[in-house]
Design a binder for this molecule. Structure first.
Ligand code: ADP
Length: 192
């Protein structure tokens, strides 16, 4: 069973590619950003969650781990999962590995969308024009990149050392990236 993490900086196209890939390979698309944006619609959570989202900081590990785990528990071992935006810290990554170990299910492989920061920023800014997201503006984008470099990028070494990281060229257009992903996953499926 394919379990995948779609990884990359903000604006890399994780959400778009996760959606296309989920459809093609019948995977369950688990987007931590979507989980948070939808939880923020509940009055009792709105203020707390939005304070993180609109400033570009990460939601505390304990909170996001709990929310994501409810979704993992429903699917793990029954349907392949594609993680989008998760994990984003070493703590989340270790917790996720432990969850898969406990269930004796193959741990997820990471597809790292490689692209220049400049390309990622210009993508977010053009999305920002028609986006309802409070974090798609220049000031918050800067903070999201800072957080990415400090807290999320170290995961690349974590997964590379474990031999679970595959680089994907994220600089080409949407269709080009998804073609690369499909070829990679078909190969991967053969080896499972
Ligand atoms: P992007 O990857 O483009 O920044 P996301 O929708 O994945 O967009 O994330 C938006 C925001 O949601 C993040 O800036 C962060 O505040 C919060 N968030 C999403 N995933 C996580 C996570 N795994 N851990 C902590 N916070 C998260």
């Amino acid at each position: 069973m394919l379990n995948i993490i779609i990884f990359g900086p903000p604006g890399a196209g994780k959400g778009t590619q996760a959606e296309i890939t989920a459809e093609k390979f019948k995977l369950f698309h688990l987007s931590s950003g979507e989980i948070l944006r939808s939880a923020a619609k509940k009055p009792e959570l709105e203020k707390e969650i939005n304070s993180y989202l609109s400033s570009g900081r990460l939601v505390p590990d304990n909170l996001i781990i709990k929310m994501v785990n409810i979704n993992i528990d429903k699917k793990i071992g029954q349907q392949g999962i594609i993680f989008d935006g998760y994990p984003r810290t070493i703590k989340q990554a270790k917790y996720l590995d432990a969850t898969f170990e406990k269930k004796d299910v193959n741990k997820p492989i990471v597809l790292n969308l490689n692209l220049e920061e400049e390309s990622a920023i210009s993508r977010i800014l053009s999305r920002g024009k028609n986006s309802e997201r409070s974090d798609d503006n220049a000031k918050v984008i800067k903070e999201r990149f800072k957080v990415y470099h400090k807290q999320t990028e170290p995961l690349l070494d974590y997964y590379r050392e474990k031999g679970r990281l595959i680089d994907i060229d994220g600089e080409v257009d949407i269709e080009g990236v998804s073609k690369n992903i499909i070829v990679t996953l078909k190969e991967l499926e053969k080896s499972l």
